[in-house]
Design a protein around this ligand. Structure first.
Ligand SMILES: NC(=O)c1ccc[n+]([C@@H]2O[C@H](COP(=O)([O-])OP(=O)(O)OC[C@H]3O[C@@H](n4cnc5c(N)ncnc54)[C@H](O)[C@@H]3O)[C@@H](O)[C@H]2O)c1
Ligand SMILES: [Fe+2]
Length: 468
């Protein structure tokens, strides 16, 4: 990759222009939006619609837990009543690996299916999207489908019923699957794998355990925040991001504490979808870049990895996006509009940390090893700097120091002794890190905003918009 040959200092200056260009190139790319059914019982209504569309047999892609909890019952009954046949593939595991997706493709063919209904979290939805494109392009391996628009033929139709409120995969252009041989994640990006219809049914989410509710909820928050502070934000995505942030701050605590609260569940589901619509166009940033490395190496659940890193990355980017963080703070109900941006921006970072603490997100990553940090940082920066319109450039050293802050306490950090001592949710020097760091060579906000307009996904590397 040519970026690797450019010295870090020069790269910082060139990055903004590169990303603006990428945004401009893809500005015209239309991203379809699924029809949304929202509210208790909407998964049944989706099944009725699928049957009415005339599909002969659909493959329901899900995981064993969803099937065991009976969450498929209303949906399968409605399919049957509507005269559509179905087969159930309930083997999906978190971050579904290639061999599992291949079994799903075989099931799709063996049962002679003509569409897919994903019922589950991001792992089931992404598996269904991957099966959909692979089944339509039988000569291509899953690895060769990773990247942008790699399938020649239009994927089979996908319908989505999310059972977590986090990934937004029901509206995104991406499918993330695991490549166990290479210990990495693959991302298939194609506007044609966006589901045709999605049902946000809070009744299916009441049994989601608090820890998964918390982690997936912060995944949605991270989508909303990173799409809002990145250089590809547009008026359209900004509105979605702001709405999602407000809804998450107002409802995530309740959803974690009182899982049966249908209103909180439904609002979280909508927030996750809004955040998905925002980031599939405006992309994500350093939080996701680092979280993906934790996921690839330690199998850390995606939402948890994001949640642990979010406050640290916000503190780092704050000098470049103070007024943006201030707007988020106001929308999150953390301060009045009349307050100074600097105070509001800090209130937002503190608010994210307080939310994390209240819903039981740990401040450190138990699996993290000091010896892995340089490689993790290198891979994260490569991902970010080749795919994400980040608001402020981060060096290898800065990234390593940031990751060190989340080392478990029994592993003293070699280069940042203060951080290892930090109590949960209160990393050492947190008030000063963002404020004192000199603003770097990211483009000025105004220029960045002007450059974004309606910029959607850039067809660049494997990891990109929607790949969160
Ligand atoms: N395509 C995208 O745009 C996108 C965006 C973000 C994340 N992702 C990917 O999504 C995956 C993570 O998805 P996720 O966070 O939704 O988790 P997940 O799908 O892996 O599910 C996590 C766990 O929650 C359980 N679960 C799900 N719904 C439940 C319910 N209603 N009740 C009880 N248990 C339930 C599942 O059985 C599973 O054990 C990762 O692979 C990530 O990379 C994709
Ligand atoms: Fe994500």
């Amino acid at each position: 990759m040519i970026l690797d040959l450019i010295p870090e200092s020069t790269r910082a200056a060139g990055l903004g222009a590169l990303m603006k260009g990428a945004g401009a190139v893809t500005r015209a790319l239309p991203i379809p939006q699924p029809a949304l059914l929202v509210g208790p019982g909407s998964s049944r209504r989706l099944a009725q619609a699928v049957a009415a569309f005339g599909h002969a047999r659909v493959l329901i892609v899900t995981d064993a837990m969803i099937a065991k909890l009976g969450l498929l019952d209303g949906l399968t009954q409605a399919l049957g009543e509507g005269g559509a046949g179905y087969a159930i593939f309930d083997e999906i595991t978190p971050d579904a690996p290639i061999p599992l997706i291949e079994r799903g493709i075989a099931a799709f063919r063996d049962h002679d299916c003509d569409a897919l209904v994903a019922v589950g979290g991001g792992s089931s939805m992404d598996a269904a999207k991957a099966i959909a494109i692979a089944a339509a392009n039988p000569r291509k391996s899953l690895r060769s489908l990773a990247g942008y628009f790699k399938g020649l033929r239009t994927p089979m139709p996908v319908y989505a019923v999310p059972t977590t409120a986090g990934t937004g995969s029901e509206v995104t252009v991406a499918a993330v699957i695991a490549d166990p041989e290479r210990q990495s994640k693959l991302v298939i990006v194609d506007t044609r794998i966006v589901p045709r219809m999605a049902a946000l049914d809070p009744q299916l989410m009441t049994g989601l355990p608090p820890a998964i509710t918390a982690a997936t909820g912060i995944d949605a928050l991270t989508h909303a925040v990173e799409s809002f502070i990145g250089q590809w934000a547009t008026p359209y995505t900004e509105g979605l991001s702001l709405a999602a942030v407000g809804m998450i701050f107002a409802n995530l605590r309740t959803a974690c504490r009182d899982g049966a609260n249908l209103e909180a569940r439904e609002t979280m589901a909508l927030a996750s979808t809004y955040a998905g619509m925002a980031f599939t166009r405006a992309n994500v940033g350093y939080v996701h870049a680092i979280a993906h490395q934790f996921g690839g190496r330690y199998h850390t659940p995606h939402g948890l990895a994001n949640a642990i890193m979010l406050p640290h990355v916000l503190r780092f980017v704050a000098p470049a996006v103070e007024s943006r963080l201030a707007r988020l703070a106001v929308r999150a109900g953390l301060g009045p509009e009349s307050e100074r941006d600097e105070v509001l921006a800090q209130a937002f970072i503190d608010g994210v940390e307080a939310l994390n603490r209240d819903i039981g997100i740990p401040a450190t990553l138990a699996a993290l090893r000091e010896a892995d940090i340089p490689e993790l940082a290198k891979a994260a920066l490569h991902e970010a700097h080749t795919g994400y319109p980040v608001p402020r450039y981060m060096t290898q050293d800065e990234c390593e120091q940031m990751i060190r802050r989340v080392l478990p306490r029994d592993q003293p950090a070699a280069a940042a002794p203060d951080a290892a001592e930090a109590p949960a949710g209160k990393p050492a020097a947190r008030k000063t890190a963002a404020r004192k760091a000199p603003a770097r060579k990211s483009p000025p906000r105004k220029a960045a905003a002007a450059a974004t307009d309606t910029a959607p996904t850039a067809p660049r590397k494997r990891r990109a918009a929607g790949a969160a």
